[in-house]
Design a protein around this ligand. Structure first.
Ligand code: AMP
Length: 519
């Protein structure tokens, strides 16, 4: 088996790690940085460039710089999250012919998988430079509450970049693995992961090399970008008050303000007040207007109060699902750049009433966990067992638009569950199975993953046929569903693969483009 790399494919930043002499090391990219911004810029001729190079030119080229693609992965164009995101982005999101959310950039429509594949391609070549050999296999992490379509899209991005994705691991589980690998004592650990685009909380029991996830919960729509957006809006309002100019439509000015907002947020993690100084931000009737203002930590805390409150409910749910009270955790690991913010730390302490574990590097620990997982697969790391769970309930639609759960959330994976259903009409010879993922009792409020028919059911009165529906979920959290008429033994099955995937033509066109790129 060749070398396997571990990748944290983040909303804002990505990191690649690998085992070297049994230790997970973070690999520096060609620019000498251990972190690669998850940004892809496109030249006028469509040629992509990735990471710091893309970030540096984002202000000059806002419409041709794509960031935060992780938020688009595996989502439909009409998804409210996408609709909400669109007005905030300097680049354009379009609907592809299947109804999925793609980006339109430099005259081309690109899938989020293809954009992510460029980031993965850069990380792959970072590892190849480091080891001086080709690398073709990877373990990639995803937020624990990523649904099936998002996991599939991540695997597809890997394939586009020429990487065989051996395992998809949940980010908090990876973090716990990196943190707890050499600890032998028993502990119940919370992993609180607030990154650029998502929030995850997982609770694990660590016991003699067994990492058992007890519960996981989160919010796929809450991350540092939302904090930046809130600060950005306040700055736009302030500039309007001071200069009388609404710069909402000026993409370049907005990009400058967005970067200043993020920088101020980060600085306010260590100092109590910072200056925002942007000369020539706009031109008014009386000439150029400069923007010079201050932001204090307490003002920042007021602005983001509503966002921080949203951290509470997933934590309460995770505790309840794990059957634990708030002070029963031994420690909480902080993961993701946003956990550097003092207000976030205060909330974590308040929620769990526990000491915070500061020994891990919040930016690198997830990728290191992915590298350790690659060592488990490759046989280099022994005596470690990882027991993960499925984060979101899976089931099917039944009569009356109801959702019938077959695998409830927080079921350990891999898992197989079956449930018997029947017909609702006399002589019904076909049942249509709609596979759903979500927590709502109403079927149409959950995410459809795929539909298939079981045909040829022998004539019978309503309610007499017995149709067994089986759900199999593998260690990547990916689902296979089958239905069998128990009388005739006839069955139909689907692997929930391409509900949102690329067609084979789209795949090969994108793959050619990605693999022709030199990073
Ligand atoms: P990640 O996805 O883990 O790389 O987290 C990136 C997010 O963390 C971005 O929203 C960053 O702005 C934010 N971040 C990074 N450093 C800090 C800091 N010192 N204080 C507050 N937020 C930070």
């Amino acid at each position: 088996m060749g070398r396997i790399i571990g990748i944290d494919l983040g909303t804002t930043n990505s990191v690649v790690s690998a085992l070297e002499n049994g230790e997970a090391v973070v690999l520096p990219n060609r620019e000498g940085s251990r972190i690669t911004p998850s940004m892809v810029g496109f030249a006028e001729n469509g040629e992509p460039f990735v990471g710091h190079q893309a970030k540096r030119q984002a202000i000059l080229n806002p419409e041709r710089t794509v960031f935060g693609t992780k938020r688009l992965m595996g989502r439909r164009f009409d998804d409210p999250i996408i609709q909400n995101l669109m007005p905030r982005l300097p680049f354009t999101i379009v609907e592809n012919k299947n109804g999925d959310a793609w980006v339109s950039v430099a005259g081309k429509n690109l899938s989020p998988q293809e954009v992510s594949a460029h980031i993965l391609g850069k990380l792959k070549s970072t590892a190849e430079d480091y080891f001086g050999e080709e690398v073709a296999q990877a373990v990639i992490t995803v937020p624990a509450n990523f649904d099936d379509a998002q996991r599939q899209a991540t695997k597809e991005a890997g394939r586009l970049a020429g990487l065989e994705v051996l395992r998809i691991v949940n980010e908090p589980t990876a973090a716990a693995l990196a943190y707890g690998l050499n600890k032998r004592e028993e502990a119940v650990v919370g992993v609180f992961d607030l990154g650029g685009g998502t929030f995850d909380i997982s609770i694990l029991r660590l016991k003699h090399g067994v990492f058992e996830v007890l519960s996981t919960c989160g919010d796929n729509t809450l991350g540092g970008d939302d904090f930046d957006q809130t600060i950005l809006q306040a700055l736009i309002d302030k500039f309007y008050q001071e200069a009388g100019i609404d710069i909402t439509g000026d993409k370049m000015a907005i990009q400058r303000l967005r970067e200043a907002a993020e920088a101020a947020k980060c600085e306010l993690s260590t100092i109590s007040e910072t200056n925002i100084n942007l000369p020539f931000l706009a031109v008014g009737s009386s000439g150029p207007k400069h923007f010079n203002t201050t932001l204090s930590r307490s003002k920042l805390n007021d602005l983001v109060y509503g966002l921080v409150q949203r951290l509470h409910e997933p934590c309460r749910q995770a505790l309840q699902d794990a059957g634990l009270r708030r002070n029963e955790l031994d420690e909480v690991l902080l993961v993701g750049g946003m956990t550097r913010m003092p207000l976030v730390r205060e909330q974590v302490q308040q929620i769990f009433d526990v000491s915070l574990q500061r020994s891990v590097n919040p930016d690198e620990v997830v990728a290191m966990g992915a590298a350790i997982q690659s060592g488990i697969i490759g046989g280099e790391v022994r005596e470690v067992v990882l027991l993960d769970v499925t984060p979101i309930s899976l089931g099917i639609r039944v009569v009356g638009n109801r959702f019938s759960r077959i695998i409830p959330r927080n079921t350990p994976i891999p898992a197989r569950e079956t449930k018997v259903f029947t017909t609702t009409e006399n002589n019904q010879d076909l049942v249509s199975i709609t596979v759903l993922q979500g927590e709502n009792e109403l079927a149409d409020r959950n995410k459809p993953l795929g539909t298939f028919n079981l045909t040829g059911i022998p004539q019978a009165a309503a309610g007499t046929p017995r149709i067994e529906v089986a759900f199999d979920i593998d260690t990547d959290g990916i689902l296979n569903v089958s239905a069998q008429d128990m009388k005739t033994k006839k069955s139909q099955s689907i692997v929930i693969t391409n509900a949102h995937g690329l067609s084979s033509e789209e795949f090969y066109t994108a793959k050619d483009r990605v693999q022709a790129t030199v990073y």
